[in-house]
Design a protein. Structure first.
Length: 255
C-alpha cells in the first residue's frame, strides 16, 4: 500500500467511480473549487483529496494543477476506463500506465520535432512513478484474486464475458477523441506498437505531474476494444463493473 505524510490526490474520470470512492472515506468534508466538488477525508488513515477530473486533456490537466497548487498533494492516483488496443486485452482487464503519450500531439512540421513529442520538453513518452507502478500492480492483483467475487455481481460479469480479468502494465495514449474506428486504432498501433490502451486524460496528467516532479500513477479498466464495438452499455458497465474495480483497487492501494 502507498502512504505519505502529506495528502494523496485521487482523480476519477467518471462520477459513478467518484461516488464509490467517496463512500469509502472517513472524516469527510467537501468544498467547491470553481465548478468542481472536492472531497477531503481519510482512506485507511491516509489523508486524501478526491475530485472528478472531467473528460479530456484540458480538464484533467487543470484539475491536476489545482490539486498540486491548492492542496499540496504529495502523490496522485488517477482512475477510470480505457479502450484496449491489443488483441489479448479483454473487457474488465486492468492496465497500469507505465508510460504516457499524447496521440494527438503532432508538431512534426516544425524542424527537429518528432510526432508525439511535447514541444520544449523534448519528450514523447512520460513515465509514471516506478514504485507506484509496482504497488498498483500488487493492489490490482489482490483485488481481483481476493475481493472480486464478493464485490461484483457474478451475473453482471458473465453477461460481459468477464471471467478472469488480468493486470497489465505498459503504454497508454491519450487524446481528445473517443477512439471507435478500427482504422484509427490500426494507425495508432502502427505508430505505437507497444500501445495497450487509449483514453482521454492520462498523458495530460502525466505532463503536469512531470513538470511538478509529482509521483503519479494511472489505473484503467478496459471497457471496450476501441473499435466499432466500442459503444457498449457504457453507463451499466461503469456502474456495475468499472466503479467496483477502481474503488476496490484504490482501497487496496492507499493507506
Amino acid at each position: 500500500m502507498i502512504s505519505t505524510a502529506g495528502t494523496i490526490g485521487i482523480m476519477a474520470a467518471m462520477h459513478e467511480e467518484l461516488k464509490r470512492i467517496v463512500a469509502m472515506l472517513e472524516e469527510v468534508s467537501k468544498e467547491k473549487v470553481g465548478h468542481k466538488q472536492v472531497y477531503l477525508g481519510k482512506l485507511n488513515q491516509q489523508k486524501v483529496v478526491v475530485v472528478f477530473s472531467g473528460w479530456g486533456k484540458v480538464a484533467s490537466a487543470s484539475t491536476t494543477t489545482m490539486l498540486i497548487e491548492r492542496y499540496q498533494i504529495k502523490q496522485l492516483v488517477f482512475t477510470g476506463v480505457a479502450g484496449g488496443t491489443q488483441p489479448n486485452l479483454n473487457i474488465g482487464d486492468i492496465v497500469i500506465g507505465r508510460f504516457f503519450v499524447q496521440h494527438d500531439m503532432d508538431c512534426a512540421g516544425v524542424l527537429g520535432i518528432k510526432r508525439f513529442e511535447i514541444p520544449l520538453l523534448s519528450l514523447t513518452e512520460i513515465p509514471s512513478d516506478k514504485n507506484l507502478q509496482e504497488k498498483a500492480i500488487q493492489a490490482a492483483n489482490t483485488y481481483l484474486n481476493e475481493d472480486l467475487k464478493s464485490d461484483v455481481d457474478q451475473h453482471e460479469l458473465a453477461e460481459l464475458n468477464i471471467s478472469e480479468p488480468a493486470v497489465y502494465c505498459g503504454l497508454i495514449a491519450s487524446g481528445d477523441q473517443f477512439i471507435s474506428s478500427p482504422e484509427k486504432q490500426a494507425e495508432l498501433i502502427e505508430a505505437l506498437p507497444k500501445l495497450l490502451a487509449v483514453e482521454m486524460e492520462g498523458a495530460a496528467v502525466a505532463q503536469v505531474a512531470y513538470e511538478y516532479d509529482l509521483p503519479f500513477i494511472v489505473i484503467r479498466v478496459i471497457s471496450d476494444k476501441a473499435n466499432h464495438h466500442a459503444i457498449i452499455d457504457f453507463p451499466r458497465f461503469i456502474e456495475q463493473i468499472a466503479s467496483h474495480f477502481t474503488a476496490g483497487i484504490i482501497r487496496q492501494l492507499i493507506g
